[in-house]
Design a protein around this ligand. Sequence first.
Ligand SMILES: [Zn+2]
Ligand SMILES: [Zn+2]
Length: 383
Amino acid sequence: MKGKTEKINRRGFTQEGNWYRGNLHCHTNQSDGVLSPAEAAKLYRKNGYQFLCISDHERYADYREELDREDFILLPGVESSVNLVKAGDKPLTASEEHPLVSRDVWMEERQGLQAVLKTHHIHGILGTEEMVQNARKPAYARREDLPVAMYPQKWDGLAAAQRQIDEFRSRGCLVMYNHPLWSKVRPEEYLDLQGVWAVEIYNHSTVLDSGLGVDTRDWDAILETGRQIYGVASDDNHNTRPIPDSCGGWVVVKARELTHEAIVQSLLAGNFYASSGPQIYDWGIRDGVAYVDCSPSERVNFICGGPVNSGITVLKGQEGYLTEEERFAHREFLEHAEYRLSGMETYIRVECVDRNGKMAWSNAIMLGEEGGACLEDGAADRR
Ligand SMILES: [Zn+2]
Ligand SMILES: [Zn+2]
């Protein structure tokens, strides 16, 4: 097994392309945020972003015509809720058999609920031209309110989420699963969902409001099954809080140009990384050695699927047995780290952590049985 790893060459990103930074999850005054869509676009453009998905609750919107600029584009999208609710005194319009209600009815009836017990927040982003052409139903209109699923007391959580995912896909959207920890769903209610492009592993707004915004445990649980799924960091900003919740989590995409088509193609290919601070300039596997080039980091984690003790944390100075305090005092930071594969890993991904605890997350390179079929150099270039 071991000799074979030397033949493994995989790129984490395509060689060609430019880097574009974007926030895929943003609320405005079209749902429960405060900024207008134009103000939100202005804020992100001013802060060095090149793209933004305005994803208001149950309200799909395409602002490209009004807000696209040469150096900044909008990705049409929406965040849809599928709710398990505890009813109050008033009878509800929805039932387990017929859970869909209009956005207006949901807004009204939610006031009378005792609680939303669990929720799936499922994110639809307009896909490529090919996805829209091949979709079973027409794409959403430029402004379209979506019905909301409301299950009183009882639901089959997995099936309820799958229905909304299938609906998004039938409209030509790619689908992200948002903030699982905050949503209070159990792993069995979402880990086996099919047709999900990415899971939100860092949600800046919920990091600030409840400490439930970071979840890589479930991402790894999915990757351990051999299923590729990408990891996204985003803001989920509402701009309603005293602490600003914009510009804390983002993705950096490598794409041939700044167009909706090129950005979405790169998102679908996993040709991006997620971050709350550090930068990843390059990463991959060269002759069986995983490597990363990054902005100055306090530690680098190579996270691997496979048996216990797969993967490693790399700390600068660990060769010299420096204590944590000494390393910090010497300001010894890593801009490059490596890990030699043992041959037992089923996938590998990398995390770079800076001195403030901010992180960058690569997507995973799959190395299991299926991955083994295309381990030759250049396979990643097709992405
Ligand atoms: Zn949400
Ligand atoms: Zn949201």
